[in-house]
Design a protein around this ligand. Structure first.
Ligand code: CP
Length: 325
């Protein structure tokens, strides 16, 4: 779907410059739209020289495929340089170096740090101590704002708007940081929510209270059925995350609780699209991959354009194909 791009981001730059992105709540509705508009321009022309002379570090203290590689692809396509590590064991953290010392050291080498860390709050701490901007690529079960921005880009791309969408979130709503970030962002666009989770992985009270305080409507179910997803525009599937369970038996109880198959999508709305932050294990059957309603691999590609826009915005750069005014 073609999205008309405003030039709002030209005015947003002064506010965003040198700011870190730790939580989706760091951004206003206008800043979010500005980043998505810029991502749209990068999707039209991804190879540009916008980040020449720019150095970025990716510090991944937790495994990752999409954020790390899409950030690296984004920087490389924009002709920047990237350094970093993919696991804590290959850094001096394995010798006992603190997060603060690591961040202060790496800040000497680069213009911007992208960090993933298993501890909630680690990204906020890094942003506070770092003299350069920090982008949170996921901190424990807390926040994953860059995933949220690419999710929003994907929703707008497939639905033509972010307004008044009904979004059904399925699976691990307790530990799922992508769920927590996305529901906060969609609350800015008058969304309705349907939550489907087993009791053990129900949405935490703080997020239910957040929606109630904003007078936003939500329904909760345990079963993934045709009736429960009938009104959805977006079906946001998530993985039950083994790494977040302290008791392996608890994980075994819920690991295969939902499997999305083609038959379940037959009577859903024609505009419905299936999103998933990935990786999937078996919560989406591979026969869904060829269904026109499946959008999760395009969603992953959108991550490159969105992360180009996030880095550019924070560093005060703009795409070569940006409109003049
Ligand atoms: N979507 C996401 O953050 O996935 P990985 O880090 O596991 O690739």
């Amino acid at each position: 779907m073609n999205i008309s791009v405003s030039t709002t981001f030209l005015n947003i730059h002064p506010f965003m410059e040198k700011k870190s992105l730790v939580s989706i709540n760091d951004l206003t509705r206008e800043e979010i739209i500005a980043i998505l508009d810029m991502a749209e321009l990068y999707s039209q022309k991804p190879r540009q020289k916008v980040l020449e002379d720019t150095l970025v570090a990716t510090l991944f203290f937790e495994p990752s495929t999409r954020p790390r590689l899409s950030f690296e692809s984004a920087v490389n396509q924009l002709r920047g340089r990237i350094i970093g590590f993919a696991e804590a064991s290959s850094s001096s953290v394995s010798k006992g170096e603190s997060l603060k010392d690591t961040i202060l050291t790496v800040s000497n080498y680069v213009d911007l740090i992208v960090m993933r860390h298993p501890i909630e709050g680690a990204a906020r701490y890094a942003a506070e101590v770092a003299p350069v901007p920090v982008i949170n690529a996921g901190d424990g079960a807390n926040q994953h704002p860059t995933q949220t921005l690419l999710d929003l880009f994907s929703i707008r791309k497939t639905q033509g708007t972010l307004e008044n969408q009904t979004i059904c979130m399925v699976g691990d709503l307790k530990y799922g940081r992508t769920v927590h970030s996305l529901l906060m962002a969609m609350s800015l666009f008058n969304a309705k929510f349907i939550f489907i989770a087993p009791p053990e992985l129900r949405l935490p009270d703080e997020y239910r209270k957040f929606l109630k305080d904003k007078n936003l409507s939500f329904q909760e179910y345990e079963a993934l059925t045709e009736e429960n997803i009938a009104e959805a525009d977006i079906l946001y599937m998530t993985r039950v995350q083994r790494e977040r369970f302290s008791d392996p038996l608890e994980y075994e109880k819920v690991k295969n609780v939902y499997v999305l198959r083609n038959a379940l999508l037959e009577h859903t709305k024609p505009n419905l699209r299936v999103l998933h932050p990935l990786p999937r294990v078996n919560e989406i059957s591979t026969d869904v991959d060829n269904n026109p309603k499946a959008y999760y691999f395009q969603q992953a590609r959108n991550g490159v354009y969105t992360r180009m826009a996030i880095i550019s915005t924070i560093l005060g750069k703009k795409p070569e194909n940006a409109p003049e005014n």
